[in-house]
Design a protein around this ligand. Structure first.
Ligand SMILES: [Zn+2]
Length: 437
């Protein structure tokens, strides 16, 4: 059987014949990527991730938790407030671990299983680590994660529950990736890091295939950019479909970065073909806090080839967009995932996109996993009393927890800054909430 894919260097085009999903060319150090060798493909079955098996590198084992096939939701309420008529959200929070990374993880775990590995190593600052540990757990493969400090609590909770071994190294994703490289060669573990395994891109490109089958070709597809991998992968999917004759035209790609960490967007506005050097990324949107974007050059190529553009938005704009998405469309997105919608508020975009253009914003991951949203919600100035009332209830619960007690004793323990009536009111509230549990 002829190979369905060739792994080759994107710079010197040398073919990598090791048979492993390596990422670095041993001739010139360039990035390696899979190239689909096919003139025609046929997809069968319902719209799920594995429907697109004919355009994915071959795996002999399949590890699946039901990934892909996520809804493309028409966002009329949100569109109304943004003055765009044809807005859609591709809701990737509906994947098994609530992030788009499940597409890459399914393919990577399948490949690791096909090759008979019982240990994998993965550097991640959040979603990919959570995702890969879930897929590894299902197949009894030991997942060894290398994470930088500051990983969101919800993502860390997932990693722990899926029983991954976690090592914390340094403060940046770059340091974690370097350690994962070392562990791969020291321990002979399977390398599952997004940036170090070209199957990641193959997994993510299925989003574009789904978009086309769900509602034809949009005019614009907007995605957040961290390493640049997602935007590049989406564009790769559209380019493949064009070559395969599935579509005639491809959408324009728009990439969005955080203002405090925008090496790709800055390069775009300066007309440079490689990411601008920055010392350190400053944004609370940890999923896109990447100072040295490995796929930055390819993301810039995608922007140029598709006739698209790149912008940056503030952390505040992302948090506000997150609220608008949740309140108007019922989707709870993490800040990085709200960046595409936030970009629609910028003058740059408003001046360039027609108000009736068909726009798809990629919502990559759930807000339930992130600390910054929870911090922001509890910091809200509008209802300062909410915080203090919760604090009092928490104190009461702690007192009750120490042993049997009664209202007057609680009032005494709490101190004199509250009336005894208020204490009884709190107790009634607590009783009610306990009954409702
Ligand atoms: Zn090369």
């Amino acid at each position: 059987m002829s190979p369905s894919h060739i792994l080759e260097c994107i710079d010197c085009r040398t073919e990598n014949t090791s048979g492993n999903p390596d990422t670095v060319c041993d001739q010139c150090g360039g990035l390696l990527e899979y190239r689909l060798v096919a003139d025609k493909v046929r997809f069968t079955g319902p719209i799920t991730f594995w429907r697109y098996r004919p355009v994915l590198p071959r795996v002999t084992e399949t590890v699946s938790l039901g990934e892909g096939g996520t809804p493309l939701q028409r966002a009329d309420r949100l569109a109304g407030s943004l003055h765009f008529k044809n807005l859609y959200l591709k809701d990737e929070t509906r994947n098994p671990t609530n992030s788009f990374k499940d597409r890459s993880a399914a393919l990577i775990a399948s490949d690791a299983k096909s090759r008979g590995y019982d240990n994998i190593v993965c550097a991640s600052n959040g979603n990919h680590g959570a995702s890969i540990s879930a897929y590894a757990a299902k197949e009894d493969i030991q997942c060894n994660l290398v994470v930088p400090s500051g990983v969101d609590m919800g993502k860390l909770a997932q990693m722990l529950m899926y029983d991954a071994k976690i090592v914390q190294t340094g403060d940046s994703i770059e340091e974690a990736i370097a350690r994962a490289r070392e562990l791969e060669s020291e321990m002979d573990w399977y390398q599952a890091t997004t940036e170090l395994n070209p199957l990641s891109i193959e997994g993510l490109k299925t989003i574009s295939y789904e978009l086309v089958e769900q509602n034809n070709v949009p005019d614009y597809v907007i995605s957040a950019m961290g390493s640049g991998a997602t935007l590049h992968a989406l564009w790769k999917g559209f380019k493949e479909m064009k070559r395969l004759g599935i579509i005639d035209t491809a959408p324009r790609m728009i990439g969005v970065q955080a203002e405090g960490c925008s090496p790709i967007s800055k390069a775009f506005s300066e007309g440079s073909n490689k990411p601008v050097k920055i010392n350190q990324g400053e944004t609370e949107a940890s999923a896109i806090r990447v100072a040295e974007p490995i796929y930055g050059k390819l993301a810039l190529e995608a922007l140029k080839e598709s006739g698209g553009f790149a912008v940056s938005v503030s952390d505040e704009a992302m948090l506000d967009a997150g609220k608008e998405i949740a309140r108007n469309e019922g989707i709870f997105a993490e800040p990085a995932s709200s960046a595409p919608v936030a970009s629609l508020q910028t003058d740059y975009i408003k001046n360039r996109i027609d108000h009736d253009a068909k726009i798809v914003c990629l919502v990559t991951s759930s807000g339930l996993k992130t600390d910054d949203i929870l911090r922001n919600v509890t910091k809200r100035k509008k209802s300062p009393r909410l915080g203090s009332r919760l604090a009092t209830k928490e104190r009461i619960l702690r007192i009750i927890n120490q042993g049997p007690t009664y209202g007057y004793a609680i009032w005494k323990t709490l101190g004199a800054d509250m009336t005894i009536g208020a204490v009884y009111q709190h107790l009634t509230d607590l009783e009610l909430s306990l009954i409702h549990i």
